[in-house]
Design a protein around this ligand. Structure first.
Ligand SMILES: Cc1cc2nc3c(=O)[nH]c(=O)nc-3n(C[C@H](O)[C@H](O)[C@H](O)COP(=O)(O)O)c2cc1C
Length: 316
């Protein structure tokens, strides 16, 4: 088993890893070296308010250290607006999203939708060069439909000094559940000159050990769903011992921070927060029996919800 430990980054998940989640996670678990915001983008000439508010909440919560905002752009006007705004907000690191698989955005050459268009990729990257005092990283998929698309971009990408490139080895067509294409990951990472970050389906520490053994030059791993379903994963990787009774208590404390902080910042009141909390149960406590998860999802108000959550946590 490799003894060298590599950094763990929390993947951005729109609707999940927002400022409140990152704050509660960092407060009760941690073990993560870098956090990325879900993507910010421009709509009708303006940056979406909800996405800027997330950054403002992170600032209010004092949680912007090790935070890298992510942007999704398809042209230089959008890139200029987002980069100058984020620079004004004090960010010197920005992550670029070439991976989102949502067809509505892909049709506008956004996310993975830009990958089959080397001319557009080149013009966005040329725009980044103007901001010599800002560091950029990139998060990408293999392509829209084929890994050939990302391989064809290698020369363009190698011409720009990205801090690192995160590769999620799926095509957009595969969405989030198609089989990981490790062969294509190996091929792409071997032609890129950058630090490479692996992202996708990491659910346990054995997988991280395997990746580091197989790709010894790996710079970091990025984990999303694996850290939401098991928020202890980064600590386990760092060999931090936590007794199982304490794990329950820690999870409940984390859950309480999540809930109370959402209530503090919610613009839509208790029922909106209840809906928001329920969404996390798509991933939380994967070993939970179906009937207990169903109870939580059917709760009609926050006090009922909290009651079912504490029963669920005691029973697992
Ligand atoms: C609901 C959802 C929202 C996501 N939002 C983003 C996003 O805003 N930016 C991004 O780069 N990736 C986003 N992703 C992709 C994740 O960052 C990550 O690449 C993907 O989930 C695979 O990693 P995992 O298996 O560790 O979760 C999202 C994924 C999901 C499931």
């Amino acid at each position: 088993m490799p003894t060298v430990k590599i950094p763990i980054y929390l993947a951005p998940l729109q609707g999940f890893t927002d400022a409140v989640f990152r704050y509660a996670f960092q407060k009760h678990f941690g073990g993560v070296n870098m956090y990325f915001t879900p993507f910010l983008r421009v709509e009708d000439g303006e940056i979406r308010r909800r996405e800027l508010r997330d950054i403002d909440i992170a600032r209010q919560l004092g949680n912007i250290e090790n935070l890298v905002p992510q942007i999704m752009v398809s042209d230089t006007d959008e890139a200029d607006l987002l980069i100058t705004t984020l620079k004004d907000l004090g960010f010197n690191n920005i992550d670029l999203n070439f991976g989102c698989p949502y067809p509505m955005l892909n049709r506008k050459f956004k996310g993975a939708g830009i990958l089959p268009h080397p001319d557009k990729v080149e013009s966005v990257i040329r725009c980044l060069s103007k901001y010599s005092d800002t560091k950029f990283s990139l998060k990408m998929r293999l392509g829209m439909t084929s890994p050939d698309e990302s391989l064809a971009l290698a020369d363009i990408l190698n011409g720009f000094p990205f801090e690192h490139i995160t590769i999620h080895p799926r095509t957009a067509k595969q969405n989030y559940s198609g089989e990981i294409n490790e062969e294509a990951f190996a091929a792409l990472s071997s032609v890129l000159k950058h630090n490479i970050v692996y992202n996708g389906d990491i659910l346990d520490t054995q997988r991280i050990d395997y990746l580091l053994k197989t790709y010894p030059t790996l710079h970091a791993v990025m984990i999303g769903r694996g850290l939401i379903s098991n928020p202890f994963l980064a600590l386990e990787y760092l060999n931090v011992e936590i007794a199982s009774s304490l794990r329950r208590e820690k999870f409940l404390n984390f859950h309480t921070t999540l809930l109370t902080t959402y209530l503090q910042y919610s613009e839509g009141g208790q029922s909106q927060v209840l809906d928001k909390m329920k969404t996390f149960w798509e991933y939380f406590l994967p070993a939970l029996p179906h009937r207990l998860r169903k109870q939580i999802l059917k709760s009609r108000n926050l006090s009922e919800y909290e009651g079912f959550v504490s029963i669920a946590v005691r029973e697992i």
